[in-house]
Ligand binder design. Structure first.
Ligand code: FES
Length: 152
């Protein structure tokens, strides 16, 4: 992250602790994740530790610490999806890709996200792959979709 970009991001803030979240949001809006270097610069600027920033940022599911993958998988764990075994769908995706939500596979192909509601609760449990919505998922259905996807 270039110094001038960081200066541009922070110049409208006072450099107080309360600026942390809005500054991280700005950084993420530019890079689509929080680069390590940007966290280090933010820590120096706010005079707090990088660990503290990680601690705060990991509390909010909106922040990512890795670049996105080429394909995006979202598993809904809103109430309707949760009661219809959404957690099992998340487990399938985690095992398949060997990543946790918010991470990207080593080859950069897939990222995984846990979301709160995709707005189609009648189809619960719901998973999306890129722009496509898959409803009434089961473990077997999801495995089949991921098998097909990974063949391409
Ligand atoms: S709770 Fe999953 S789509 Fe609404």
């Amino acid at each position: 992250m270039a110094d001038d970009v960081f200066v541009r991001i922070t110049r409208e803030f006072k450099g107080e602790r309360a600026d942390l979240i809005p500054v991280l949001q700005k950084i993420q809006s530019i890079y689509d994740y929080l680069p390590r270097e940007a966290i280090a610069k933010t820590a120096r600027w706010l005079k707090i530790s990088e660990n503290e920033i990680f601690g705060v940022a990991t509390f909010y599911t909106q922040f990512r610490f890795m670049p996105r993958g080429r394909h995006h998988v979202k598993v809904c764990l809103g109430t309707a999806c949760h009661v219809k075994s959404g957690e099992q769908m998340l487990e399938v995706a985690k095992r398949r890709f060997e990543i946790e939500p918010g991470e990207t596979t080593k080859d950069g192909e897939y990222d995984l996200e846990r979301v709160v509601c995709l707005g189609c609760c009648a189809l619960a449990p719901v998973v999306t792959l890129d722009d496509k919505i898959y409803g009434q998922m089961s473990v077997l259905k999801l495995q089949g979709i991921l098998d097909e996807q990974q063949k391409t």
